[in-house]
Design a protein. Structure first.
Length: 326
């Protein structure tokens, strides 16, 4: 079965299960007003504020309608001249809550098409992230949950990364203007790498100069691991918000391999539903493939004085765009 077909089936299956679980958690209650009897609500007409940043136990009584919140952002950059480039980044996050059960569905994509006019060379970099998570609120600060993630990043030769995780979230600070949530999870990751490009790029050099064999490049790598997450919100004033997130995964098969990402965001409200944001992102990864790939091209440098094949563990990006909220 193709990877895309497998992913589509898993995503559809998980979403269906999530919606069924949300519907099963409904507890009939006597209606006190027309607002309370509505089966679906954004929470704003109920005066709940940013409910997706709090557990259900923070509200008394616990809201009975199916709550929803949708966020999306888009950023676009275009360059022309010696380098022609178009960079598009789009994100979407859907929050659903039925009483004590919350579902988060996230999709993030980055498309980078770059053309070097002097060399008449075109480079395309695509990055995709999908996350589906379910969390059950235990108290006003504690929740348990789990889910799965899928990632693709051809800049790192990452064809597919499937992550499955289960653990707990704890909110250390729950009242504005400062909100801090930390999570710890046990997880499992299965990585599939696209090594065709490496093999084509170095097939002739290795046998001629007794360099490390490309056949040693791993096509897959899987391991269980420990995952930590952090989400922080600081409301500087009514319109300006500072956001920070951190996600770290360390493999238990070999602890020297790990990856993490972090983001710092300033968000300025324009209207109730539209805001401007600027974000600084860091993605860091130390993997078996990157280690062997780096060793191979280091040997090429030592033997052939070849330059330009450095393996960089850290990717950085500064992004500015518009965010939409419903």
């Amino acid at each position: 079965m193709k990877t895309e077909e497998k992913m589509n089936k898993l995503v559809k299956c998980f979403i269906v299960i999530s919606l069924l679980m949300l519907s099963l958690t409904s507890v009939p209650q006597a209606a006190e007003s027309e607002k309370e009897t509505s089966w679906i609500s954004s929470g704003q007409e109920l005066g709940l504020g940013p409910w997706w940043k709090k557990t259900a136990h923070r509200f008394d009584p616990i809201p009975d309608p199916l709550l929803y919140h949708l966020e999306g952002s888009i950023a676009f950059t275009k360059l022309s001249g010696n380098v022609d480039a178009e960079i598009m980044k789009a994100d979407a996050d859907l929050f659903l809550r039925k009483r004590l059960l919350t579902s988060l569905t996230s999709f993030h994509s980055t498309a980078n098409d770059t053309e070097l006019n002097m060399k008449n060379k075109q480079i395309t970099v695509d990055k995709y992230d999908f996350n589906q998570m379910l969390a059950y609120d235990i108290s006003d600060k504690l929740s348990f949950g789990g889910g799965f993630m899928w990632k693709r990043d051809n800049a790192r030769f990452l064809l597919d990364r499937w992550t499955y995780y289960l653990g707990a979230n704890y909110s250390f600070f729950i009242d504005p203007p400062f909100i801090l949530k930390l999570g710890a999870y046990y997880g499992y990751e299965d990585n599939t790498y696209d090594t065709d490009y490496i093999e084509e790029d170095s097939a002739e050099a290795a046998p001629l100069w007794d360099l490390p064999q490309v056949g040693g490049m791993p096509e897959t790598y899987d391991s269980d691991g420990i995952r930590f997450m952090e989400n922080m919100t600081i409301m500087l004033n009514e319109r300006v918000v500072f956001l920070h997130s951190f996600d770290y995964m360390m493999y238990m098969k070999d602890s020297k391999y790990y990856h993490w990402n972090t983001a710092f965001t300033i968000q300025v409200g324009i209207t109730k539903t539209i805001s401007f944001f600027t974000r600084y992102e860091i993605n860091y990864e130390k993997s078996l493939l990157a280690e062997r790939y780096g060793n191979f091209f280091q040997a090429m440098k030592d033997h052939l004085n070849v330059y330009g094949y450095d393996v960089v563990a850290k990717d950085e990006a500064i992004i500015a765009g518009l965010k939409f909220s419903l």
